[in-house]
Design a protein around this ligand. Structure first.
Ligand code: ADP
Length: 504
């Protein structure tokens, strides 16, 4: 077994409670919480916790930085170089960042090293490219208005509050911070209570890369105290959120009750995986396993509903359960581990309660379904037959390694099943027929659709939800535009003197 040994840098970092970060400086409030390693159930570090007053300080620093010529007047090409340098620094400190990620949330170290951290770095490179390409247009006038000329300017939206989840602490932060920096916004960021350490280390790297003081501020603490201090703050112009649909609703109310701040919301999902009888079944079995069990199912686009053509059901399910049972579950610091622990004991308990509720409602367990009898919050890959589409396991996001399976007989039925929840984040179809793939991709209501693959995000293609899966998009040019506002400028131009413009 190749067990990853923590670097001396990380061990040293964990000796002292981690400070939060305001105006380019570490801040120690004196009030600390201990962070629990979900692999052991033991506390492994402490973190200083912010207050509402710290949020005020962070917003004031972000506002001052937003109008400071050092940032507001920075040439776009210089900003691009800072983002690129930041990406290089993330790569150079990949081990430290991955270790902090694994300690806080239990993500297997191999996945943190090979996917999470490189993808985080690449996000800054992608948005570095946009800095010099943000432009409005010269607008032709549609109303006969005499000597008028119109143009549009694309301006940064201002101070952006970012409220983050625990399942991809760096990646999901990058989807918000990188476009915010590319457009010239400033940030007040709250990581999830349990996963602040990697982002706090990132703040130091940002300063090292040349991000001016006050552009990135990170406050720590609970959603009810620190998160809502951000969402209610009159000095925050926009809120970018990833998390549960329930919290998204609360943020909407906070925005309405304060300053009508703009919102982008990436909320829950219940993404279907549709497998037709003409699909490459080997690839589809592997794809269905990856779609739900990657990151222990704690992924917003996880393929948590599997719909199989009736004729392939028995063979497919036999292969699926065999593969699921063979996944290596265990210590996330073991480089061969495929499934780490669930991110917290509280979340594990919530997952198990939902499975029990689903079984009581008629779902039939095919594998998994019980908590491991060991320290640490482990839950095995769990697959259930769920014919009744009103079952809680079909309708509610579980956010864990829990897959429900049902069958269909026609393309129309498959589409109706796929569209049968209030969510609309992602979906995939597995088929060898291009016509069918095209038809189904048009008919399924979701923001991201994959053909013969699942959960492959790309920096150039926007991610976001239909239905109750959210508002707005992240990544790609649409993700950039969430951080911009358009200003139309109309010039009245005096008639030119007769000689103007003529060759003398
Ligand atoms: P989960 O239940 O998976 O933790 P949440 O939506 O509750 O998902 O949490 C996502 C983020 O939202 C976390 O950073 C959390 O602290 C924050 N949060 C939770 N409740 C609120 C709230 N009422 N106001 C602002 N932020 C909140």
């Amino acid at each position: 077994m190749a067990r990853h040994v923590l670097s001396s840098t990380t061990l040293k970092r964990l000796e002292q409670p981690a400070p939060f970060w305001i105006d380019g400086k570490p801040v120690r409030s004196g009030r600390t919480v201990s962070l629990c390693n979900p692999a052991t159930g033991q506390s492994f570090a402490e973190c200083h916790v912010s207050t509402g007053h710290d949020v005020d300080q962070a917003v004031a620093a972000a506002r001052a930085a937003f109008v400071n010529p050092d940032w507001a007047g920075m040439n776009a090409a210089v900003r691009a170089r800072i983002l690129w340098r930041l990406a290089e620094l993330i790569d150079a400190h990949a081990i430290e960042l991955a270790e902090l990620e694994t300690l806080c949330m239990g993500k297997p170290i191999a996945a943190a090293m090979r996917m999470e951290v490189p993808f985080f770095a690449e996000t800054f490179r992608y948005f570095a490219g946009w800095c010099t390409k943000i432009s409005g247009m010269s607008a032709p006038l549609s109303f006969p208005a005499g000597d008028l000329h119109g143009l549009t300017l694309q301006e940064p939206v201002g101070v952006v509050g970012m409220i983050l989840p625990w399942n991809g602490p760096l990646v999901i932060a990058g989807w918000k911070i990188a476009p915010a920096l590319a457009t010239g916004c400033t940030c007040v960021i709250k990581p999830a209570e349990t996963t602040p350490l990697s982002l706090l280390r990132f703040a130091e790297l940002a300063a090292q890369a040349g991000v001016p003081d006050g552009v990135i501020n990170i406050v720590t603490g609970s959603g009810s105290e620190v998160g809502s201090a951000i969402s209610r703050h009159p000095g925050v112009d926009k809120l970018a959120f990833t998390g549960s649909t329930g919290t998204g609703r609360a943020l909407l109310q906070d925005a309405a009750a304060s300053n009508l701040k703009k919102l982008s919301l990436e909320l829950g999902g219940k993404s279907p995986v549709l497998v037709f009888d003409d699909a490459d079944l080997d690839a589809a079995v592997d794809g269905a396993v990856d779609a739900i069990f990657g990151n222990s199912g704690q992924v917003c686009v996880a393929g948590s509903r599997l719909y199989l053509h009736k004729s392939i059901r028995d063979d497919f399910v036999a292969r699926l359960t065999e593969k699921a049972n063979a996944l290596r579950i265990g210590d996330p610091m073991d480089e061969k581990t495929q499934l780490g622990p669930i991110a917290s004991q509280a979340h594990l308990d919530a997952i198990h309660r939902r499975v029990e509720e689903g079984v009581a409602g008629g779902a039939v367990l095919l594998c998994g379904g019980r908590q491991a009898d060991s320290p640490g919050s482990y839950y095995p890959p769990t697959i259930l037959d769920v014919a009744d589409q009103s079952n809680v396991l079909v309708q509610d996001e579980i956010f864990g390694p829990v897959l429900c399976v049902a069958t269909f007989e026609s393309e129309e039925e498959a589409i109706a099943l796929a569209n049968g929840t209030r969510y609309g984040l992602a979906a995939s179809v597995w088929t060898s027929q291009i016509d069918r793939a095209f038809r189904v991709s048009r008919a399924v209501q979701c923001g991201v659709f994959w053909v013969n693959t699942h959960n492959i995000p790309d920096l150039g293609t926007p991610i976001g939800g239909y239905g109750q899966s959210g508002w707005g998009r992240e990544l790609g040019h649409l993700g950039l535009s969430e951080y911009l506002q358009s200003k139309s400028v109309m010039f009245k131009i005096s008639p030119a003197p007769m000689s103007a413009g003529r060759l003398q």
